[in-house]
Ligand binder design. Structure first.
Ligand SMILES: Cc1cc2nc3c(=O)[nH]c(=O)nc-3n(C[C@H](O)[C@H](O)[C@H](O)COP(=O)(O)OP(=O)(O)OC[C@H]3O[C@@H](n4cnc5c(N)ncnc54)[C@H](O)[C@@H]3O)c2cc1C
Length: 394
């Protein structure tokens, strides 16, 4: 198979499509943004859309802390604001729901020194969590604002932080939503069951695992954990790995919990109320593992910790246990932008633990890179910086 045999041209654009590799949250937003910009797009997904890390259960939209503000935090802040409009637009175009809600976040403060730190952040938030016409709070509270058991008293011995910026989406609903938005566009070809083995950048084609080839004008590499290997494979590679997968396990419980309640976050433990009487619990963060996609006793330990903190989860049915690999780029920052030697190859990924809140804005950056425009992302996100880091000696 060569490129799709229908005309790939949209008026005034090159005759080859933009190829997006990977149908996770990054690739889906990229395909949508590029298609909306008027380019013909082919999205190639090895299995089915949303089968990777983006097919998980948690979907927390966690704002970075308001202290030591920098351009990365500002980028995420703006992304968390603009996501709302993106979701509203897609929901009204498709009639589907994403499970989005700016429900906020509670952070229990079990010890007095944590309260002191939180009060400092409360002041920081007043300065930096501000946008025209709206502001968000990192407020230290003493009362059980959301009921005695959310979380139970022992956990809020020194109060609670109530953060009004955070929210959540349901990952599988949001991937289905963006997919539906894409499929409504006529100049998008969605190829599921098509894995890309390698990119032949010099000849502007991708080599498929089944022996076929797909010609492209540009390729956006959004293959999650595999994106690193695809980019490394563009030329002989002698550096450190461009990124890695960090395993995470989580669970979905059926419990009588109000979906409007804020999510709770304490030392790596997330309790995220979703619509329809579901509560997601997460997550482990494992750098070494034998079985990336299977759960083990660690997820049970998370459920037990969560139940101790939130008695409403006592006896809840565990609907699903799930494990996946988060793509973490070298240096930990997201990775986006054109390859310095092959500008037709654009990276998009490495969002690690915050992808759902920023993917749409990173996708805009990838689209800008494709057009040769300024990406308007922090310098440390640029693929070129990641390549330098990977090439540098320790
Ligand atoms: C347990 C857990 C909890 C998490 N919680 C949160 C959270 O609360 N909030 C948050 O924002 N993030 C969270 N994350 C992180 C988030 O899920 C990921 O950062 C995000 O889904 C990555 O999206 P992606 O599109 O880059 O990769 P993926 O979703 O992995 O998508 C990559 C896609 O590319 C396809 N692919 C790969 N290689 C090829 C190839 N060669 N050819 C064709 N297709 C290919 C794959 O099949 C896959 O579908 C969590 C992750 C885990 C594991």
């Amino acid at each position: 198979m060569a490129s799709p045999d229908r005309p790939a041209r949209v008026a005034g654009q090159p005759s080859r499509p933009v190829l997006v590799i990977g149908g996770g949250i990054m690739g889906l937003w990229a395909a949508l943004k590029v298609a909306r910009a008027g380019f013909a797009v082919t999205l190639a997904e090895r299995g089915r859309v949303g089968q990777g890390a983006s097919g998980g259960l948690l979907g927390a939209l966690m704002a970075h802390m308001p202290d030591r503000w920098n351009e990365k935090k500002q980028f995420q802040f703006e992304a968390l604001l603009s996501l709302e409009d993106e979701i509203v637009r897609l929901e009204s175009e498709t009639g589907m729901a994403s499970g989005y809600r700016r429900s906020g976040r509670l952070i229990p403060l079990p010890k007095p020194h944590l309260r002191e730190i939180a009060l400092g952040h409360e002041r920081d938030a007043r300065q930096v969590w501000q946008a025209p016409g709206r502001g968000f709070e990192w407020r230290v509270v003493d009362e059980a604002m959301f009921g005695e058991g959310w979380p139970q008293a022992h956990y809020r011995a020194s109060g609670l932080v109530f953060d009004t910026l955070a929210g959540r989406v349901f990952p599988r609903s949001v991937t289905a939503l963006v997919r539906a938005g894409l499929q409504a566009l006529t100049h998008v070809t969605l190829l599921e069951g098509v894995g890309i083995r390698a990119i032949d950048a010099r000849n502007f084609k991708a080599l498929c695992e089944n022996g076929d080839e797909i010609a492209f004008s540009h390729v956006i590499v959004a293959g999650g954990v595999e994106a690193f290997r695809l980019i490394e494979g563009l030329r002989p590679w002698t550096g450190k790995p461009l990124g890695m997968g960090v395993k995470g396990q989580s669970a979905l419980l059926r419990a009588p919990v109000d979906p409007a309640l804020p999510l709770i976050y304490l030392e790596g433990l997330y309790v995220v109320p979703h619509e329809g009487g579901m509560v997601a619990i997460g997550s482990t963060s494992e750098n070494s593992f034998d079985a990336p996609f299977t759960t083990d006793g660690q997820v049970q330990a998370l459920i037990e910790r969560a139940t101790e903190m939130v008695p409403a989860l006592e006896g809840a049915e565990v609907v699903e246990r799930w494990a996946g690999l988060r793509p973490k780029a070298i240096g930990r920052d997201p990775m986006v932008g054109a390859h310095p030697e092959f500008p037709q190859v654009i990276a998009l990924g490495g969002g690690f633990k915050v992808s759902f809140g920023i993917a749409h804005k990173l996708a805009e950056a990838a689209c800008a890179a494709l057009k040769g425009e300024d990406m308007r992302v922090p310098e440390s996100f640029h693929l070129a910086r990641h390549l330098e880091m990977a090439a540098s000696k320790r």
